[in-house]
Structure formats: C-alpha cells, structure tokens
Design a protein around this ligand. Sequence first.
Ligand code: F6P
Length: 365
Amino acid sequence: MLRRIGILTGGGDAPGLNAVIRAFVKAGVRHRNLAIVGVEDSFNGLLDTPRRLRTLDLPSCRGLLHLGGTVLGTTNRGDPFAWPSPEGSRDRSRALAVAVADEGIEGLVVIGGDGTQAIAHGLMTRVGIPVIGVPKTIDNDLAATDVTFGFQSAVDCATDALDRLHATAEAHDRIMILEVMGRDAGHIALHAGVAGGADVILVPEIAWNAESVAAKINARRAVGRPFSLVVVAEGSLPDDGDARPARERLRAGHGAGAIAAAALHRVLDADIRVTVLGHLQRGGSPVAVDRILATRFGVHAANLAAERRWGRLVALQNGAVVDVPLGDAVGGVRLLSPQTDPLVAVARQTGIAFGDEPTAFSAEG
Ligand code: F6P
C-alpha cells in the first residue's frame, strides 16, 4: 500500500531546491513505494482555504534538475506558530496538524534554512507532525552540515561578477566594491573573493577599518596597480566606533557596500563604484556541484521517509550524506572562524587583505 508523504520548501529560495524535489520523488516513487504530495508556498498550502496541494509523480518531475527557484513556491511569511492576521499573530500549528491528518499525509519533508527547520522541529515536538528536514541556504552557515546546496552556485555568480568588474576596474583605475549576500557569515565573500582575485575581503566575522583597507589599496598603487577589487558581505560593517545595531546602520546607510564606500572616501582619494549583486546570487540554474548535492540530499530524505526515521535532518559531513537530530539545525549558525579557517589563511598568504591588518603594508602587486 502506498504511503503519502508531503514535501515543501520554506524561507528564501536557493539554487538546487527543484533538484531535491525531483530526486525525492524519483527515489520515493520508483523505489520506496511512496506517493508524494507537494505543498505550495511553504506551510501555507496546507493552511489556506482551499488547500494548495499537488501530486508529484514521475512525469511532473521531468525537466526540473537544472531549474532555479522552486516549483512549489516558497515564503518567509507563514510561520504556523505566528500566523499573520489583522488581529495580530495567531498559533495555527494545530490546524496544520489537522490538515496533515485530513489529507492522509503521514509526514512532511521540509526543505529550508534555520528558521524553517526551527518551525519544523516545533511542529514535531509540540503538535506531533512527523518531519524530516533538508537544510538549505546559499549562505552556507548552518552548523549541522558542512555544505548546503546553492552555496557553490552563489559563489560562482559572485566570482563571475568579480571577473567582469576586474576588467572595468583596471580600465578606469577604480576601486570596485562588490556587495555579496551573507547576513551573518562571510562564506560567500571569502570563497568568491579568493576565486575572483579580490584584493580586499570584508566579512562580518572580522572587524575592519577604512585606514587598513586604504593602506592595502595604496600599497597596490605604489607598485603600479592603481585599481582594486573589494568584496564585502552584506552584514559587514567598519569598526569605526558607531555603536548603533548593525541592522539599523545597514538600513540607514543603504547597505554594506555603500557604507564601505563612504568609509573609504573619507580616507582615500579614489574613484569608487559599488555593485550590489543581491538576488542574482539566488536565482539561476544550480551549478553541477549543487545539483549533485541536492540530488544526494533528496534521495537520502526519501530513504529516511521510507524507513519512518522522523525527526532527522539530512546533512553532509566529511563528504558523506548522513542524518542528524533535527534539533541540531535549530539556532546553530556556522560563522567563519578567522583564526582557524584554512581559506582565510590562504587568502592572507596570497596577499588578500581583510581590513584588520596594520596600515604599514609592504609593497605588493
Ligand atoms: O539567508 C539567505 C540570504 O541569502 C541572506 O544572505 C540574505 O540576507 C537573505 O537571504 C535575503 O533574503 P530575502 O530578500 O528573501 O528576505
């Protein structure tokens, strides 16, 4: 007898979501006797009237592997524990449990970041919905897994942007600042900066000051390199004594790139331009590495559902796809470790500055 399992995508999208859905359906339908129900727009598809659900069979998964976005839709407004309504937020978690039972769905596979996994964990522990989590974020900052799909696609997008900026920076002797995503963690900035030959990488985990960045730029000028590429993560701010909370400063200053440019203008006579890469990093086709990782995650989730191993989160650890307690995904953000991250050391040894160095730079190219 077929068992009905729901699948949904929650929070911000990431390249590879469709590849997970496709792999889950293929493995579940072909090999594990599962009938898959897609829930539209995160948990909303089960809470809206009428419900928005669709059968995901093998034909409906054709052509999904390379598509960005998510065919199921997603949202970051629809927390069943804090459902938005004109009278204030309401707890609709029990209504969700009723809808799941009413649809004959045995359990849910939830593909999402830390916020969505925290909701999934709550649904399991507080209202008894069986759940399996699949981690997702382009930021690659979930502690439970070494890598998330979507990260490499975002890094490649940012690297391509740096390659393009390199040519125009050199043509005009300009300082080009590229703002990339990374609200809390600087993984995208670090990886793209190394891959794209940035001169300076500014991340939230390393306090930086404009004088140090200017010293690096001036050291390059001194050896006949009058242009520079600076990558800044969207959550990175200068250490300039401004005590306002980061979010307030970023809102008032129109983003990390603009704030970095203003700080550099104060200490440097230079032509500076800012490019904000924004959601270009999230859309688009997943690169091969992400398609493969997403496919591995989808198959593992199908195996967990088939074996009724609820309350698990799929993860990649030391190259192997494993599963860990879903609670591990809750609140566990993995930041860059400036002292121990080998790529930070490699970057420094290849002459990339992080804005925390002394202002007396040796001459370099
Ligand atoms: O969490 C991933 C992320 O890419 C962050 O780096 C970024 O701050 C956020 O999504 C933006 O999401 P949205 O515009 O969908 O709110």
